[in-house]
Design a protein around this ligand. Structure first.
Ligand code: GLV
Ligand code: GLV
Length: 326
């Protein structure tokens, strides 16, 4: 019998399936588990189901002497020291694909609400400040026919592009690797370098993972390259953007606005951000589609079961551990 630890209560009933394999313990508090609390429990666990907010660093992995699998309830896994896990031949699994559409939908919700000032309008109306229709009330840039720049063109970036076609947008993208021509043609995506994308786009949306290469990918210089009428959307990871530089740019009018679902020091915001009228900020909910979050539980359950029963998991992020002689 195995010990399986889940660091936060998850929706639905699927976790129960793991009870056939051992004892399932769910962190009892309605907040993020701390590093200290993780260190206390990890030594006894065979499997950990973790959240993207859990710091699964090298010390923690070293302390997990019995660990056989770490399943991150997210597509992103920058919270896990993959190098250490791989060194210990410990499989790390995640939840790709199922959240692609929910995240792409939400990217559009943020883009549209930032451009067309939905949140400002809501606040004004609630406060009783709507004094009748007015020709210049809350004007914002339009979306239809504009240019969208996607930084990162994996599954989520491509799903955002697919939706952009309905708005007859020109779509630039920048990615580590250029997509096959067939995919570019299908989605109407044009490959550009980062500078051309920033200079040419009305909306810039981030869909890259957080890695040492993408930390501060959007910094002062990149913000300066953007149009003063442009809007930045971030549903990827906070540290891809230098948040302090972004606040400065938004204050100075270097760019027009930003829609942010993720933050550099999540859940803490850099001083001044929440006071800006030209940002829409949401609490990291891009994948929070009801059906999606249930499917994500099924996925971690299925891969934890696979590993504990000696099978290869489906969504492994360090597949090299299964290679002969590695
Ligand atoms: C959400 O940010 C995820 O990585 O799943
Ligand atoms: C994430 O799933 C991506 O590939 O964009």
């Amino acid at each position: 019998m195995y010990n399986i630890y889940v660091t936060r209560k998850l929706p639905g009933e699927a976790l129960k399936k793991l009870e056939a394999l051992g004892t399932v313990t769910v962190y009892p508090n309605d907040r993020n588990i701390t590093k200290g609390e993780l260190l206390e429990i990890v030594g006894d666990q065979d499997a950990l189901i973790t959240m993207l907010s859990d710091p699964i660093d090298a010390d923690l992995i070293a302390a997990g002497k019995r660990l056989k699998v770490i399943a991150n309830y997210a597509v992103g896994f920058n919270n896990i020291c993959l190098e250490e896990a791989t060194k210990k031949r410990l499989p790390v699994v995640n939840t790709p694909d199922v959240l692609t559409n929910a995240t792409a939908d939400f990217t559009w919700a943020l883009l549209m609400s930032t451009a067309r000032r939905v949140v400002e309008g809501d606040l004004l109306t609630r406060r009783g400040q709507f004094e009748g229709w007015a020709p210049e009330l809350l004007l914002g840039p339009e979306v239809y026919g504009k240019t969208l720049g996607l930084i990162g063109a994996g599954r989520i970036g491509q799903a955002v592009a697919q939706r952009a076609r309905g708005f007859k947008m020109r779509i630039f993208y920048h990615n580590r690797r250029r997509l096959p021509k067939r995919v570019e043609d299908n989605l109407g995506m044009e490959y550009t370098d980062l500078k051309a994308l920033l200079e040419g786009s009305d909306y810039v949306s981030l869909h890259c993972p957080l890695t040492p290469e993408t930390k501060y990918l959007i910094d002062e210089e990149e913000l300066n390259s953007m149009k003063p009428t442009a809007i930045l959307i971030n549903t990827a990871r906070g540290p891809v953007v230098n948040e302090t530089a972004l606040i400065k740019a938004l204050k100075r009018g270097t760019i027009l606005g930003a829609g942010l679902d993720v933050f550099e020091d999540e859940p803490v915001l850099k001083p001044g951000l929440a006071q800006l009228p030209n940002v829409v900020i949401t609490p990291h909910i891009a994948s929070a589609g009801r059906e999606t979050r249930l499917k994500m539980v099924e996925m971690v359950v299925s891969d934890v079961s696979a590993v504990l029963q000696g099978r290869r998991p489906r969504n492994i992020v360090n597949p090299e551990i299964y290679k002969e002689g590695s």
